[in-house]
Ligand binder design. Structure first.
Ligand SMILES: *Cc1c(COP(=O)(O)O)cnc(C)c1O
Length: 222
């Protein structure tokens, strides 16, 4: 299957209120351009250096999303051009992004990553930590970031009921946070959940951004 036909078949499963993030990490520029030629514009990368290299050489109307684990000392390299950072998993990281964004005279859009999977290895705030952070209120002082929603990754399992339960839990948390802290703000509107193996379940459970890599570009060579 070609990248083009992969994208076409994925699109048939994506309703108009959901956006596709083509996860192009570890894939070469030629593959990104193939997806670009089909009309896709949102691409997701997980390594700062790789992202910056691709940003330099690829068309400037590409909308870049950072989906990886961001180290504080690398924030400043992506702040000038990044459209959305999906995986903000601590208040400290949020404050560091704010600091770098202020220096650059920008507002950076962020999603807070919530740990919903059973695996220990996946990054993210626990639901309790997330609610404590919102309740504490200090985030309201951060003027150069905008919290646009939440992001999460389900457990890597064949158990579809478990995946659905985890996504459903994140949607419930999203609705609660929206109601309590962003009821008058349309900017809090994104729920990033769903990857190649589970994006259809994620959409059924309320996802607005699906991050699909290997189903578009094939298996990655790390
Ligand atoms: C790599 C990655 C994806 C894409 O995974 P696929 O299974 O290849 O679709 C999505 N989200 C995050 C956070 C990733 O790191």
């Amino acid at each position: 299957m070609s990248i083009q036909s992969n994208i076409q078949s994925i699109r048939t499963h994506i309703p108009s209120h959901v956006r596709l993030v083509c996860v192009s990490k570890f894939n070469p520029n030629e593959s990104i351009l193939e997806a670009y030629e089909t009309g896709e514009r949102i691409f997701g990368e997980s390594k700062v250096q790789e992202l910056c290299g691709k940003y330099e050489t690829l068309p400037k109307d590409i909308v870049w999303h950072f989906i990886g684990h961001l180290q504080t000392n690398k924030i400043r390299y992506i702040v000038p051009f990044i459209s959305l950072i999906h995986g903000v998993d601590s208040y400290k990281l949020l404050t560091e992004i704010d600091k770098q964004a202020a220096k650059a005279g920008k507002t950076v859009h962020c999603l807070l990553q919530v740990h919903i999977a059973q695996e220990e290895t996946k990054f993210g705030l626990s639901p309790d930590e997330l609610l404590e952070m919102f309740e504490a209120g200090a985030w309201k002082q951060l003027k150069n970031i905008q919290i646009c929603g939440l992001m999460g990754m389900a457990t890597y399992t064949v158990n579809k009921d478990q995946i659905r339960r985890e996504f459903n839990g994140l949607k419930t948390l999203f609705d609660q946070v929206k109601q309590q802290y962003f009821s008058n703000e349309t900017s809090f509107c994104e729920l990033s959940m769903g990857m190649s193996d589970d994006f259809q379940i994620a959409i059924e459970e309320g996802s607005t951004l699906v991050r699909v890599g290997s189903s578009i570009f094939g298996h990655r060579n790390y």
